[in-house]
Design a protein around this ligand. Structure first.
Ligand code: ATP
Ligand code: MG
Length: 654
């Protein structure tokens, strides 16, 4: 069955449209990829020249997966903030626009910051941190809205060698407290409040509440507060500082701290889709080279273009492709405070038209939510500036891919479906826009230096067109170095399942053309009467039905088949649930994939449980399908906990 499906999807090839001045043709890719795996040190030694080093590295890679010890460019010295800002200003590009800030409310004032202005602001913020007592190696928690000061806070930390830990501004005081405590951070950078979809988010009040959490032990030495909306907040004398007041007392000149390549740059907690979030640790040199290189090739960025990544700086996508990747490349980018459906469903397209965005990078969850509302909100705005589209975060269903390609991109723009993880620091598997034909639903080919390997459950290596557990066999510069304060958990989580390999936790298929298809988390694979099935496959079949907006599929114990298929389905705007529709959908999956994939249970629901970053939390759905409501596990990163109750109610009623 798996073979039939891949043959079917494999037949659907969308040719790569020609790209003017591309950084990478098909021939370039073949040559560079071959070199990157046969002589990685030569390849990465060359790529490292994208970075301005205080001391250039002479040792390129030095890593071992047993025991785990990963180093890149270890004797190199650099500062990533210098590379993101100072270097461009010194090269005469100070007047180039770095950030275009689009506020939540389209009627509020937008802001533009050139590289020179951003450098001046970041230097001021870095001096404020110093004035508060922040030193190299200190952890600084950043809990900010999507405003330029969020990016500045990260860069200011990097400038003085402090380790930033960004916590998504939508997280609760409890989740924030856990993340402050876990890394022993004594400093927080926040704002009085944030704005999202017209609602005020009480950020500073949440920080205060987090510190008051009963099991919060680390006292805070300093809180820097950006005045964003003029909210009425409490300030603790001696601990809390208004940014604008402190900034007025410091200079806008701040030297960059020389950092060894392996000095930590940041800690970032994973989304928590599969369990308790992990404090993933990234270091400086390898991450700088990796984000600079992946941004350059994957988005094929050309000088003068406007790039927009709609992620939040609270996720790794925001770190690598809002802050570091674009700025290291001297790009001009949009930073958007709002959400896709406020004030209405055409907000994204309106912003694209307003700033003539050329490259747009978003997530399948947003694409599906917008697709659900039909084509009109998209067509209401001119999208002729778009050259390239990208997606990240979850497998994208071919149906959503086609809509993105045909409706949003008018069939003109290549799509890069970038597979990667917090732990990988940047894009690992994707087609490159001018080098590869696309297959809707497939991430595509490995990026330079990436050697994916599919293994069976015993670790046996699978060759050719096959289906297995996705591992990466050799290190790459942007790889995470540890879980903060718990190296054993790092080894245990990623390197113990298959000795000597990095195990991603994802299931994957490789087709005859060497394209990779992520089938979902390995933990989510369903085994129906001995047939292994990825959740992505069944979900895509459901989403391909005209009335379905989104689907999440899990296995549950079944007396005869071992596991049965339980499908949670949300409908397009305006569709009504009915028994006939349930029967129709079951039949639809049967026709699309085959009788083996026929859903045993189809549960129509108004919503799905998602992480704050928009990923479906299948582990909760699995528990509900199993009628096990007592131990839903870590739900602290759930966006809307009330969905869980309505799902349980729906489950009990059948
Ligand atoms: P946790 O590790 O805490 O469970 P998480 O895995 O959701 O959280 P992230 O690092 O944000 O945290 O997400 C990485 C995962 O997202 C990948 O392992 C993969 O399952 C999924 N993913 C990301 N991009 C893609 C893509 N283009 N196609 C398919 N899956 C993707
Ligand atoms: Mg993960």
């Amino acid at each position: 069955m798996a073979a039939d499906q891949s043959a079917k999807t494999g037949a659907d090839i969308v040719p790569a449209p020609p790209q003017a001045n591309t950084h990478c043709t098909a021939a370039d890719y073949d040559r560079l990829y071959a070199q990157s795996v046969s002589d990685p040190d030569a390849f990465w030694g060359t790529q490292a020249e994208r970075i301005d080093w205080m001391t250039p590295p002479t040792v390129i890679s030095n890593w071992d997966y047993d025991p785990v010890d990963i180093k890149w460019f270890e004797d190199g010295v650099l500062n990533i903030c210098h590379n993101a800002l100072d270097r461009h200003v010194a090269a005469g590009k100070g007047d180039v626009t770095a950030l275009i800030f689009e506020p939540d409310d389209p009627n509020s004032e937008a802001r533009k910051l050139t590289y020179a202005e951003l450098l001046s602001e970041v230097s001021k913020m870095a001096n404020c941190l110093k004035a508060m007592g922040v030193k190299k190696g200190d952890r600084v928690t950043i809990y900010m809205p999507m405003i330029p000061e969020g990016a500045m806070a990260m860069l200011a930390c990097a400038r003085i060698g402090a380790i930033h830990s960004v916590v998504f501004g939508g997280f609760s005081p409890e989740a924030l407290a856990g993340r402050i405590e876990d890394c022993g951070s004594r400093f927080v950078i926040t704002a009085d409040a944030g704005l999202r979809g017209g609602k005020t988010v009480p950020l500073k009040a949440n920080v205060d509440a987090a510190i008051d959490e009963p099991d919060h032990e680390t006292p805070l030495d300093g809180v820097l507060v950006v005045n964003h909306v003029g909210a009425d907040i409490a300030m603790v004398q001696g601990r809390d500082h208004w940014y604008h007041k402190l900034a007025a007392t410091v200079s806008n000149d701040c030297a960059c701290e020389p950092m060894a390549a392996e000095d930590p740059l940041f800690i970032l907690y994973t989304s928590g889709s599969t369990g308790k979030p992990k404090g993933v640790l990234h270091t400086t040199g390898g991450y700088a080279v990796w984000t600079a290189t992946t941004f350059h090739y994957v988005f094929d960025y050309q000088p003068g273009e406007v790039f927009w990544c709609s992620a939040d700086i609270g996720w790794v996508t925001g770190h690598s492709y809002i802050v570091y990747g674009p700025l290291l490349n001297g790009a001009t980018e949009v930073m958007f405070e709002g959400v896709p459906n406020y004030p209405d469903f055409s907000r994204f397209w309106q912003v694209i038209e307003k700033y003539q965005v050329n490259i747009f990078y978003t997530a399948p969850t947003a694409i599906r939510a917008l697709m659900r509302e039909g084509d009109e909100p998209v067509k209401a705005h001119d999208r002729s500036s778009l050259r390239l589209l990208g997606t990240v975060g979850e497998p994208i269903n071919p149906e959503a891919w086609r809509w993105y390609h045909q409706v949003v991109g008018e069939g003109r723009c290549p799509i890069v479906d970038t597979w990667w993880q917090t732990e990988t620091g940047g894009t690992m598997i994707t087609t490159l826009p001018a080098a590869h034909d696309m297959k809707p639903g497939s991430a595509g080919k490995p990026f330079f230096g990436i050697q994916p390997q599919l293994v069976d459950n015993e670790g046996g290596v699978l060759e050719g067109a096959t289906d297995g557990n996705l591992c990466i066999i050799a290190s790459w510069p942007g790889q995470a170095r540890s879980v903060y304060g718990d190296h054993e958990r790092f080894e245990q989580t990623y390197f113990s399942t298959y000795k000597g390999k990095y195990f991603t936790g994802d299931g994957c298929k490789r087709d005859e053309d060497g394209y990779y298809w992520i089938t979902g988390r390995v933990d989510d694979v369903i085994n129906v009467s001995g047939h292994r099935m990825g959740t992505a496959e069944v979900e895509s079949a459901l989403v391909s039905h005209a009335k379905v907006a989104e689907a999440a599929v899990v296995g549950y114990p079944h007396d005869i088949k071992g596991q049965g298929i339980y499908c949670y389905v949300t409908l397009n705007a305006g569709e009504e649930p009915s028994d006939e529709l349930v029967a129709e959908l079951r039949k639809h999956v049967r026709t699309e994939i085959g009788p083996i994939a026929t859903p045993d249970h189809l549960h129509l629901t108004p919503g799905l449980p998602k992480t704050r970053s928009g990923k479906i939390m299948r582990r909760i759905l699995r528990k509900i399908a199993e009628n096990d409501y007592g131990s839903l596990g870590d739900t602290s990163t759930l966006a809307d906990p009330s969905i869980v109750d309505s799902l349980i109610e729906g489950r009990l009623n059948r």
